[in-house]
Ligand binder design. Structure first.
Ligand code: 2AM
Ligand code: CA
Length: 266
């Protein structure tokens, strides 16, 4: 039997240690490299932070598996047992350009079901955290359940990349939505945008391409508050492969799915 209380405490301790290392890196020169394209960035701090977590997890829980963005964890093609899904720095571009608006994101899953979600906004010292069935918190404060909001009053997190022509999606679907909502925001960190949905700062978040580590922690927190985390057609995510993600308050999720995200609504 997994002692989830202990796992949660360890994860929080390690997040604090990792955050301290990240803060200590600010005055130093970053080693910046590109990955899949010239704007897909990674730094030595992303890599070192992931390796830090992997060292701790392997030493304490050798039976647990790890899925990490920078690839130092395990290669998984299915969810079995306990899997830590880790993004050492979500919002790497913000980390490099702004030294803010990035987060450490960790989701801990058992047989594909999210049990623990942790998102740490390192610069603002804000830890968003949830254990399935035990409530969601911002630092020590309980986050209230999500309330319904109509489309006309909604602020939706969407990157402008998805409302101009792009290779993944008929952008007109989202431009109709953007015309009808109260406003849009783009923060550049999926984990933080999910934390903002959780705390009601925005009402929904849509992205056409996110990886499991961008959303695994946030999904536990959002679901704990009665929100939904699905594909753009309302299906469950597998937390193994990358793809489109739609995070929303209840009610609004259904309205947006039915009235905007169907091809016949074009
Ligand atoms: P990252 O900073 O960890 O790479 C930016 O809008 C958000 O999308 C960030 O959460 C970023 O995560 C993520 N992201 C950027 N490029 C991505 C890609 N090619 N695949 C999946 N997620 C990506
Ligand atoms: Ca990252």
């Amino acid at each position: 039997m997994t002692n989830w209380h202990e796992v949660d405490n360890n994860a929080k301790t390690w997040i604090n240690e990792a955050a301290e290392r990240i803060r200590a890196s600010f005055p130093k020169t970053l080693d910046i490299q590109t990955k899949s394209n010239p704007n897909d960035l990674v730094t030595n701090i992303d890599k070192e932070t992931e390796q830090f977590f992997i060292g701790k997890i392997n030493a304490t829980y050798p039976e647990h598996k790890i899925l990490g963005e920078e690839g130092y964890g395990d290669k998984l093609n299915k969810h079995a047992g306990v899997v830590w899904i880790i993004d050492p720095i979500d919002g790497t571009m913000n980390f490099i350009h702004q030294q803010r608006n990035f987060a450490i994101s960790i989701g801990i899953y058992e047989n594909g079901v999210g049990v623990i979600g942790l998102i740490y906004d390192v610069v603002h010292n804000e830890l968003y955290h949830a254990v399935k069935g035990k409530g969601a918190y911002l630092n020590d404060k309980k986050i209230p359940d999500l309330e319904k909001v109509p489309v006309s009053n909604a602020i939706v997190g969407i990157s402008p990349s998805w409302v101009v022509e792009n290779k993944r999606f008929d952008y007109k679907l989202l431009s109709n939505l953007v015309k009808d909502i109260r406003g849009t925001r783009s923060y550049g960190s999926a984990a933080l945008e999910m934390a903002y949905v959780a705390t009601g700062r925005i009402d929904a978040y849509i992205s056409l391409r996110l990886a499991p580590w961008d959303i695994a922690g946030g999904a536990v927190i959002i679901k704990e508050l009665g929100g939904l985390v699905t594909t753009l057609t309302g299906e469950e995510l597998d937390f193994l492969t990358a793809g489109p993600v739609f995070v929303s308050k209840p009610g609004l999720h259904e309205q947006i799915l039915t009235n905007y995200l169907q091809p016949e609504n074009l």
